[in-house]
Ligand binder design. Structure first.
Ligand code: MF3
Ligand code: CO
Ligand code: CO
Length: 259
């Protein structure tokens, strides 16, 4: 995916990305109150699918390279790409990342958040808060003329200073009509390295931050990625566009969009 050219979107296309992104944010807001002990990850999946269809959209994950469900649900030591399952029941103290990608009018809105099931342990709370701050710092590094390496550098510096590690095996990605395209956005790296950011580039930033080792393993189902040491992992994701003077987050709920 990284030898493709980086496409610059027109304002008409960015508007479609904004609508898809806002729908994705609304979907997470809709699912959030369901995140409680006793709910299965399949319950979350099925409600996401129903809501997505009711809003005239399609679930991009469903059937994507054979992925069997409509959303990804990644609990505790699962880093990403957890598959919803009726037998997997949320329990008090879990952390769960829900990753949604509705396609609206041909364009993808890709966003995820990590939620607490009841009260988290102090360590789980810290990991989740640091991960969200990693995403926010990564977004702040985006402006025309900055480089892709600047994003990873600020994320890695903050995560490691807080005693955590950055997953290497999965990266942010260009997204538009295509789910995963150029550029790749590593969440680690070196300031001043990598391609220059230009207005109209649209991509995700989606740091996965681990309590222990950054190394991951993929389960026999070929999807579920988990930490090698089985310690916790958290993730947050937004789809963003590089603007003339900085950055716009496309996956915000309409009520939160100020400009
Ligand atoms: N939404 C994920 C991402 O952030 C991709 C999920 S692909 C799937 O890129 F096939 F696992 F759904
Ligand atoms: Co993504
Ligand atoms: Co995603």
């Amino acid at each position: 995916m990284d030898n493709e050219p980086i496409v610059l979107l027109s304002s008409r296309e960015i508007d479609k990305m904004r609508r898809a992104g806002q729908l994705a944010a609304e979907l997470l807001d809709h699912l959030a109150p369901m995140v409680k002990p006793g709910v299965s990850t399949l319950d979350l999946n099925d409600e996401a699918e129903r809501w997505t269809q009711a809003h005239g959209a399609k679930s991009a994950p469903l059937g994507y390279h054979g992925f069997p469900k409509s959303i990804c649900t990644s609990i505790n030591e699962v880093v990403c790409h957890g598959i919803p399952n009726a037998k997997q029941i949320l329990k008090e103290g879990d952390i769960i990342n829900i990753d949604v990608t509705p396609i609206l009018d041909g364009y993808h809105g890709d966003t995820s958040r990590t939620f607490f099931v009841g009260e988290p342990s102090p360590l789980a709370r810290k990991l989740v808060e640091v991960t969200e701050e990693c995403l926010n710092r990564g977004i702040k590094a985006v402006k025309p003329g900055a480089r892709i390496g600047d994003i990873g550098a600020v994320i890695q510096e903050y995560a490691e200073a807080e005693g955590f590690s950055v997953v290497r095996d999965f990266v942010g990605h260009g997204v538009s009509r295509i789910f995963h395209t150029a550029p790749q956005i590593p969440h680690y790296g070196t300031r001043g390295k990598g391609k220059k950011l230009r207005p109209g580039m649209v991509f995700t930033i989606e740091p996965m931050i681990n309590e222990g080792t950054w190394e991951v393993e993929v389960m026999a189902d070929k999807w579920t990625a988990l930490t090698k040491d089985r310690k916790l992992s958290a993730q947050f994701e937004h789809t963003i566009v590089v603007t003339e003077d900085g950055v716009e987050i496309l996956t915000l709920h309409p009520a939160l969009v100020t400009s």
